[in-house]
Design a binder for this molecule. Structure first.
Ligand SMILES: [Zn+2]
Length: 412
């Protein structure tokens, strides 16, 4: 017996329409006897497609084409489905429902954490290995609104560490991640911005104002500095996360209004931009480093990125549910650092760290360290005498040279 899945919202919309008969689509995975039936074509669905005829009240008297489906709907709970066999005999199918919007919001069903997160809007800049995964995790947690920024397309070199798969090759990442988000939470509102943020700064400003939380998954300082200006202007919370060279480690910075800003963290903007690990980005979006784009596949690279994504998701959920009763409220008092550091391997800036098996109280790999960042009294972004000229030189970055000047407070 074939197993049919039908979307309750489509059933309700059809019942409320004036149409007596409509021709929808069925998507069947060959040999699995599982069929998803919709009232309209699904733009990115996979599977063998055949027409599916929707009827109110009764089957047509003449059935002449094998391989098609007929759905008979008399009420939202009275739904029957038939498959037309080769000899034109009808086989009744087992009907299952994809929950309606109302059911997904219903507290008793427990499908989504609706009370806290369904009306939260998260803006994600960059849908690379970080942004894509964070979007999907937040959708799973019940976040109801997204603004996704990325003008890049899914390419072969992305696949090893990206949530997109071979079936997404060539697609805009915004569209592919929207599908993945909707796949987890079909009622999520997802606004797409397949644009270059370094050109459309005005749009970034407008969207920052609308968002409850901003996730910056770029590794381009110009965009991070501009975002910082928007955050200061609109008093918004943001998370900046990234992996450093070849994912030997990563860090996460959280900006909260009134606290130290990204500029306080990295020191001079001119210096930070001059020392970026990027040589030529003319062909690349702001959030893809040249090195990342041309990286050879490296053993474990995706798993090196994973811990940083995971902490960003946790911090995002803490920020979005702050002050509300939730399963993670105890984290509010623990995850209260401005800056978090993770090392995967004792290389480059972590080369002087202690071995994992003999660290005693010294920093070592595969543990989180929290750090408090001082607000820079002369910060060109957030101080009282902030200067908006990106060329202003103040001091060198504490992030260089083994986080000199940053006290690693806590080990997680
Ligand atoms: Zn600052």
């Amino acid at each position: 017996m074939k197993c049919i899945y039908i979307d309750k919202d489509e059933v309700l919309a059809y019942l409320n329409s004036k149409d007596r008969h409509i021709e929808g689509r069925s998507y069947e995975w060959e040999g699995e006897d599982v069929v998803h039936i919709h009232t309209a074509a699904q733009p990115h669905a996979f599977g063998c497609v055949a027409p599916a005829h929707w009827h109110k009240s009764s089957l047509p008297t003449k059935i002449s084409t094998p391989g098609q489906y007929h759905i008979i709907i008399t009420s939202d709970t009275e739904v029957k489905a038939y498959y037309v066999k080769d000899d034109l005999r009808l086989e009744e199918c087992d009907v299952n429902f994809i929950p309606s919007r109302e059911e997904m919001y219903s507290r008793s069903k427990g499908i989504l954490e609706v009370d806290i997160l369904s009306n939260k809007r998260v803006m994600i800049i960059g849908l690379g290995s970080f942004g894509s995964q964070i979007a999907i995790e937040l959708a799973k947690a019940g976040v109801g609104e997204f603004a996704l920024f990325d003008f890049d397309r899914v390419e072969l070199h992305n696949l090893a560490r990206h949530t997109c798969t071979i079936k997404d090759l060539g697609r805009l990442k915004t569209n592919a991640i929207k599908d993945a988000v909707i796949g987890k939470n079909k009622i999520a509102k997802v606004d797409l911005f397949p644009i270059n943020i370094t050109i459309h700064e005005d749009l970034m400003d407008e969207q920052v104002e609308k968002a409850d939380l901003i996730i910056c998954a770029t590794d381009n300082n110009a965009s991070r500095f501009y975002l910082t200006q928007c955050l200061l202007k609109h008093n918004k919370v943001a998370l900046f996360g990234r992996a450093v060279t070849r994912a030997e480690g990563g860090d996460v910075f959280r900006y909260r209004p009134g606290g130290p800003c990204y500029n306080c963290l990295v020191g001079s903007r001119a210096h930070a931009m001059a020392t970026e690990e990027i040589t030529n980005r003319s062909q690349l979006p702001a959030y893809v480093s040249e090195e990342d784009a041309h990286a050879m596949i490296q053993v474990g690279l995706s798993s090196d990125i994973e811990p940083v994504c995971n902490l960003m998701v946790k911090l995002a959920l803490v920020e979005l549910s702050r002050g509300k009763k939730s399963g993670i409220e105890s984290l509010e008092t623990e995850l209260d650092y401005d800056y978090y550091i993770w090392a995967n391997r004792r290389e480059r800036r972590h080369a002087v760290w202690a071995p994992f098996n003999n660290a005693k109280n010294q920093p070592t790999i595969l543990k989180w360290y929290g750090a408090r960042i001082s607000k820079d009294e002369n910060c060109p972004s957030c101080s009282a005498h902030a200067i908006l000229d990106l060329g202003e030189e103040l001091n060198t970055s504490p992030l260089e040279n083994n986080y000199e000047g940053i006290v690693l407070d806590t080990e997680y």
